[in-house]
Design a protein around this ligand. Structure first.
Ligand SMILES: [Zn+2]
Length: 357
């Protein structure tokens, strides 16, 4: 059973040369693989080598100008794409490999080599067609979505639980009902990319996109309330034929990139819900997983391990590994009450009709 789960990974994922004070460092990949080995995950899954993305694949979601700029800054090893996203020598090669890793994950699932695959370095959901931003050089989610739409998939559900709203992916697909973007993220009142409106898609896509802004200092209870009240109604009425799960873990209570207080339990709940749904309701629906954010290497490796443990049904006991939470709320907010209000406002959008074929 377990070898049906693939992890796409290369040690070259760690060739990130951001300045030492930048949150995105290669250690998160190295630590994750070390931890997966320690707890026995690597004995039971298939490790898959990523293929670098081709220019043709990158151009499915990006402009020629953008591709050339990344290549140029990568050669010079200087400059920045935005204030959060510096260039370094070889950044093109790293971005091309990690983007290709998501495509490799997709192909291994579509070709039936594994039942489910996860690209550890994927889910770069802030990149725009013509701009790298928010640590994201190429938007692998948009490339995967385009490949799947071109292949004739009718209802692709993209669900992300990253602390940050995936604005680059929402904007790319907002006009289509065939790629549902469902985003659980910390409210833009307190976190990048600071877009707090509720967004439901546009034109034909209206009603096929939903973002759930989780209030600052939300804990597992509030997060699980928001997830359980919205995910199941949407997924049940939309009936996706493919699911892309962006499992960003930067909402963890050790990760200083957000103001959320989630523990491994929240991530386990989401992964278990997904697995049960695919096992019991839609055994033919395919799933791939993209790592997403997660900037505390110990927290990220634990949360990703918990997600893999559930999705691959490894039955490893990870309870001895503590979350070692560090963040404390510095203001007093009734998080559950606020979460209930947010969910109530979304009720009219929870039962989308299946789009016409
Ligand atoms: Zn994030």
């Amino acid at each position: 059973m377990s070898r049906e789960f693939g992890i796409v990974y290369s040690p070259k994922y760690a060739d990130v040369l951001n300045p030492p004070n930048h949150p995105l460092q290669g250690t998160r990949y190295l630590e994750s693989i070390r931890f997966f080995d320690e707890v026995g995950i690597l004995d039971s899954v298939k490790l898959i080598e990523p293929e670098p993305a081709t220019n043709y694949e990158i151009l499915l979601a990006h402009t020629e100008d953008h591709l050339q700029l990344v290549q140029r800054l990568s050669e010079h090893g200087k400059g920045e794409f935005d204030a959060d996203t510096p260039a370094y020598k070889g950044i093109f090669e790293v971005a091309r490999l990690t983007t290709g890793g998501s495509i490799t994950a997709l192909h291994s699932v579509l070709r039936g080599h594994v039942k489910c695959a996860m690209n550890l370095s994927g889910g770069f959901h802030h990149a725009m067609p013509n701009q790298a931003r928010g640590y994201c050089i190429f938007n692998d989610v948009n490339i995967l979505g385009t490949i799947l739409l071109n292949r004739g998939f009718q209802r692709i559900l993209y669900v992300e639980i990253d602390a940050h709203f995936g604005d680059g992916t929402y904007l790319f697909f907002k006009d289509t009902p065939r790629f549902f973007t469902l985003s659980f993220h910390e409210s833009g009142e307190s976190l990048y990319p600071y877009s707090d409106e509720q967004l439901f898609g546009e034109g034909e896509g209206y009603g096929y996109h939903l973002n759930v802004p989780i209030p600052i200092w939300a804990d597992d209870d509030a997060f699980q309330y928001a997830f359980n009240s919205t995910f199941l109604p949407i997924v049940t009425s939309y009936e996706p034929d493919f699911i892309i799960f962006q499992s960003g873990v930067d909402g963890h209570c050790r990760d200083w990139q957000s103001h959320l207080l989630l523990t491994k339990t929240a991530y386990q709940t989401v992964a278990r819900t997904l697995r049960e749904l695919l096992d019991d309701t839609w055994p033919k629906t395919k799933l791939i997983v993209l790592g997403g954010g997660g900037y505390d290497p110990l927290a990220a490796s634990l949360c990703w391990a918990v997600v893999i443990n559930e999705l691959a049904k490894l039955n490893l006991d990870l309870t001895p590994y503590d979350d070692n939470c560090e963040k404390e709320p510095y203001e007093n907010i009734n998080v559950m009450e606020k979460t209930e209000q947010i969910v109530d406002e979304l009720l009219p959008f929870l039962n989308p009709e299946k789009p016409d074929r």
